[in-house]
Design a protein around this ligand. Structure first.
Ligand code: SF4
Ligand code: SF4
Length: 148
């Protein structure tokens, strides 16, 4: 168990320091899954196809500092309009806080354990496939419902 950091879990997003902003992430890695958008209605569908730069075991980016260069649609959430964060999974800490909702009990800032997000089946650990092995035309065959 890790010590619970000084609480900032209830601070508005725009008041977070750079360090607090990074620490707010729950480590689920759902945002690193490829998504498909229904152009007619705008609905977003998550697939189980993950970005090749994600280490599925740790659910961490393997080149976080260069992510925006490596992957053109890897969005830096900081500075985004909170209303624009609604494409993120409903469990995402940034989306929750943007909507002034509390963090869930399995979030490590609440429970003090970074593994809880995996134990609870919130993260993508053990159930994704790298985009190195799936042609983009076939992403729709990998749409999943467990993200939401
Ligand atoms: S979905 Fe949100 S909380 Fe989960 S890894 Fe992505 S940014 Fe972090
Ligand atoms: S570059 Fe890193 S942060 Fe961006 S989608 Fe890929 S694994 Fe996720």
């Amino acid at each position: 168990m890790e010590p619970v950091p000084e609480s900032f879990a209830d601070k508005p997003l725009h008041e977070l320091t750079a360090v607090e902003w990074e620490a707010l992430c729950d480590g689920c890695a759902k945002c690193c899954l490829h998504k498909l958008e229904d152009e007619a209605c705008g609905d977003i569908f998550y697939t189980k196809v993950r970005c090749r730069y994600l280490d599925e075991a740790t659910c961490r980016c393997t080149d976080y500092d260069n992510r925006s260069v490596l992957v053109s649609n890897c969005i830096d959430l900081k500075g985004q309009d909170p209303a624009a964060l609604n494409w993120l999974p409903s469990t995402c800490a940034y989306r929750l806080r943007a909507n002034n909702q509390p963090l869930p009990e399995w979030h490590y800032l609440v429970c003090g354990d970074r593994e809880q997000v995996h134990r609870e089946g919130i993260s993508i650990r053990g159930r994704s496939v790298s985009d190195e092995f799936v042609h983009p035309d076939g992403f729709d065959e990998h749409i999943v419902r467990w993200v939401e």
